[in-house]
Design a protein around this ligand. Structure first.
Ligand SMILES: Cc1cc2nc3c(=O)[nH]c(=O)nc-3n(C[C@H](O)[C@H](O)[C@H](O)COP(=O)(O)OP(=O)(O)OC[C@H]3O[C@@H](n4cnc5c(N)ncnc54)[C@H](O)[C@@H]3O)c2cc1C
Length: 474
């Protein structure tokens, strides 16, 4: 019997890194040295004689918001799947982050709210890391680039070299001069704006199929001084999600995390044309009524001005089922799929793509042929993550556009709402739901008949949404 997508996903989440290095390529070239590129480089270090990362941006040793990664100013929660993999590839990563001032939290130490109702708490072991994105990236980079066979070259990648149906090298400019580096395996990690699909088209290969979903949203984040150490806080963070019209000022979501340097990062998000805060004072005002921790988080002095970020759409590229695709080329991270960021899945997706790369290379593949097995595994991950993020966005879009929704889709959405509602009063259901939301399990587990029956039993007999029956959080 073929392995189910649930089992494939489990295997990718819970695999162990190889015990020893086994090289299957001489030179692997990673294009882009952000988080997805670094995680791919970590995997490649176990399978390549040398790994060269080509990155256009300056990569300072200290955490700073990089020019090429403007989302670095916005809240980044590193969710459980990413934490687990970082601790396996870079042993001691969580402890190192805590030493650097980040917060490692279990979900029951964190408040999750839907329209003002708090999700039930349980004795979960689902860990997240709360930190500024520049700190997360810098700590990963310092560890990965310290590996003896990994080097970083500063350069702007401008194209690929092809020969005999395979990628054979990379063109880039460095110090004003055009360069070519030959490579036995190339990994595109240049983010959502990667030009690799154009370069494939120009070389008359098939381009991956681009799927887009409009998710116009605006982030606004500010950072505040924090008076209390994390162990004296009632919660280490809070995320408050709002259905359309359920919060003042067009607020879709608000989040605060206790991060390094004794600071809070506080972010508010509005959909479509809504911009819930343009100034620090507006941000303080909009989060004040939501949950007491927000008042605590915004009571200190602002450590920097408010920073905004606008995103227009979620997008994914399909690399399976193409007729002609070069060998020795794979893509990872946002270059493959960049989702609505409110679900906090980007870094953990990149970690699971790297897990796909590890599984692929361990299979000692025939590298004269395209990396179909890699893309097959990666599609399981992208489908799973897309199912979680895109279904909510599509529902919002349908409601905005007044679109008639097919019966089966409507039923699926109602089932999802029932799970969210049941999780407000049942801690075990909350844990199982969060295992999916935080990417430890495939969303297919939520359709398991026993789980569905438990959700029904909790929600049975309620006249309307259980959310109406759950106590409002105080
Ligand atoms: C507002 C916002 C909030 C987010 N919040 C979260 C969160 O809470 N949790 C989470 O897990 N994820 C979050 N994400 C997603 C996360 O930021 C990304 O998924 C993650 O950074 C991985 O991205 P990446 O490495 O694939 O690409 P990027 O981080 O975009 O990096 C691409 C890299 O490629 C380099 N590059 C590009 N072109 C070239 C070229 N031609 N030559 C050389 N180098 C090149 C760039 O300089 C850059 O370093 C958020 C994203 C946004 C936008």
């Amino acid at each position: 019997m073929p392995e189910s997508v649930i089992d494939v996903f489990d295997r990718l989440v819970y695999a162990e890194p190889p015990a020893e290095r086994r090289d299957v390529v001489e030179t692997a070239c990673v294009l882009g040295g952000s988080i997805a590129g670094l995680l791919a480089a970590r995997v490649l270090a176990d399978h390549a004689e040398r790994v060269v990362i080509i990155e256009r941006d300056e990569l300072p040793a200290d955490p700073v918001i990089r020019h090429a990664v403007p989302q670095g100013a916005q809240v980044h929660t590193l969710v459980a799947a990413g934490v687990a993999w970082l601790d396996r590839w870079l042993p001691g990563f969580s402890e190192e982050m805590v030493e650097a001032g980040a917060t490692v939290t279990l979900l029951h130490e964190y408040a999750i709210l839907y329209d003002g109702h708090r999700q039930a708490s349980s004795d979960d072991q689902i860990r997240s890391i709360l930190a500024g994105r520049p700190l997360i990236e810098t700590r990963i980079r310092n560890r990965v680039t310290a590996l003896p066979n990994v080097t970083v070259v500063r350069g702007q990648v401008t194209g690929l070299e092809f020969g005999d149906g395979a990628v054979t090298g990379v063109r880039y400019t460095a110090d004003g001069a055009d360069q070519v580096r030959s490579a036995d395996l190339v990994v595109d990690a240049m983010g959502w704006a990667s030009r690799v699909p154009d370069w494939l088209g120009r070389a008359e290969f098939d381009q991956p199929i681009l799927e887009r979903l409009a998710t116009p949203l605006t982030y606004a984040s500010a950072v505040f001084e924090r008076a209390k150490p994390t162990d004296e806080l009632p919660q280490k963070g809070v995320v408050s999600m709002h259905s359309p019209g359920q919060a003042e000022g067009g607020l879709g979501l608000a989040v605060t995390n206790a991060i390094e340097d004794d600071q809070w990062i506080v972010t508010v998000i509005g959909f479509d044309e809504d911009r819930p805060a343009r100034t620090v004072d507006e941000l303080r005002a909009v989060v004040a009524p939501l949950f007491p921790l927000f008042q605590e988080a915004t009571s200190g002095a602002a450590a920097r001005d408010i920073e905004t970020y606008r995103q227009a759409e979620s997008r994914r590229r399909r690399f399976t089922g193409l007729r002609s695709f070069p060998a020795r080329l794979v893509s990872v991270g946002d270059a493959v799929a960049s989702f609505n960021p409110i679900y906090g899945q980007g870094i953990s997706s990149a970690a699971l793509h790297a897990s796909c790369l590890s599984a692929y290379l361990r299979g000692e593949p025939d590298q004269a042929t395209p990396a179909e097995e890699f893309f097959r595994l990666q599609e399981v991950v992208v489908d799973a993550v897309w199912a979680v993020s895109a279904s909510g966005d599509q529902a919002r879009l349908d409601a905005t556009n007044g679109r008639e929704v097919p019966e089966d889709v409507l039923e699926q959405r109602q089932a999802g709402q029932q799970i969210v509602a049941a999780a407000l009063v049942d801690g075990d259901i909350a844990t199982e739901f969060n295992e999916v939301a935080f990417m430890l399990r495939h969303p297919g587990v939520l359709a398991d008949p026993a789980f569905v029956a438990r959700v029904r039993a909790v929600t049975e007999g309620m006249e309307s949404s259980l959310a109406d029956k759950a106590p409002l959080a105080e």
